[in-house]
Design a binder for this molecule. Structure first.
Ligand SMILES: C[S@@+](CC[C@H](N)C(=O)[O-])C[C@H]1O[C@@H](n2cnc3c(N)ncnc32)[C@H](O)[C@@H]1O
Length: 235
């Protein structure tokens, strides 16, 4: 392992905004922060918003700056990446941002039923070959429903027309309520305070002149979710 990575891992231990459960703390049991993010970390009753697969946490940090009446938690498994976000939050004393180092598959061990109001998924790997690995698949949405409030909002921002189309099909197939869909947010002037935040991946894609898409929908708790019959070759 590189020296820089080791240094970051060491420094991560000192950040009070960064939580790093051991595998066993989330695999079989419940993590001690479950149900306590507002009372234990943020000390307010504001809505909790997650960014899943947050990488360096640019979205988490910037949304926290722009929307002080919401609490933002970035979730990722890569500690060296999250170090960037956690360091900025610590240095600037941003009170409404935190990070959780954990596999998204185990997030239900760290968040209580109805503890979360919104979820952002920013530039995930589109996982073209295996739908269950896509962060907007029915497999993951079923998991999100365990902690997202009924009709809580899921936001997807991606460069992948494939993932954008797939998620739209899934929303239609499961009769979920689509709030908005835009397949070129910069070209259509849609990139407002919420959508103009740029992650590292987004900046790379923009420099390659790729279109950035966005969609949001309400995830209801009731009813089983299933995969759409949709062939990626259709794209
Ligand atoms: C392509 S990167 C995007 C990072 C960031 N959202 C951005 O736009 O710069 C995807 C991120 O998702 C994380 N990730 C993917 N699958 C995950 C999982 N199952 N659990 C936790 N993190 C995951 C990876 O570690 C990686 O940091």
């Amino acid at each position: 392992m590189g020296k820089d990575k080791l240094k970051r891992f060491e420094e991560n231990k000192s950040f009070s905004c960064l939580y790093q459960p051991d595998f066993n703390e989330v695999f079989r049991g419940d993590y001690f922060m479950k149900g306590k993010w507002n009372s234990g970390q943020f000390q307010n009753g504001n809505p909790v918003v997650l960014e899943l697969g947050c990488g360096r946490g640019e979205y988490t940090v910037e949304l926290a700056r722009r929307f002080p009446y919401k609490n933002f938690i970035g979730v990722d498994i890569k500690g060296a990446r999250m170090w960037r976000g956690a360091k900025t939050v610590t240095e600037e004393g941003i009170p409404n941002a935190a990070f959780l180092r954990c596999r998204i598959e185990f997030a239900q061990s760290a968040f209580e039923f109805d503890e979360v109001s919104e979820i952002w998924v920013t530039f995930p790997d589109p996982q073209k070959k295996k739908s269950s690995k896509r962060l907007t698949s029915s497999y993951f949405l079923e998991r999100y429903r365990r902690f997202l409030k009924d009709n809580g909002i899921v936001h997807l921002k991606t460069d992948s027309q494939f993932l954008h189309r797939y998620t739209l099909e899934l929303i239609k197939h499961n009769k979920l309520e689509l709030i908005e869909a835009n397949d070129d947010i910069y070209g259509t002037g849609r990139a407002d305070a919420l959508l103009s935040v740029k992650t590292r991946y987004e900046s790379q894609f923009l420099s390659q002149r790729m279109k950035i898409t966005y969609l949001s929908f309400k995830l209801r708790k009731a009813g089983k979710l299933t995969e759409p019959e949709w062939d990626p070759e259709d794209l």
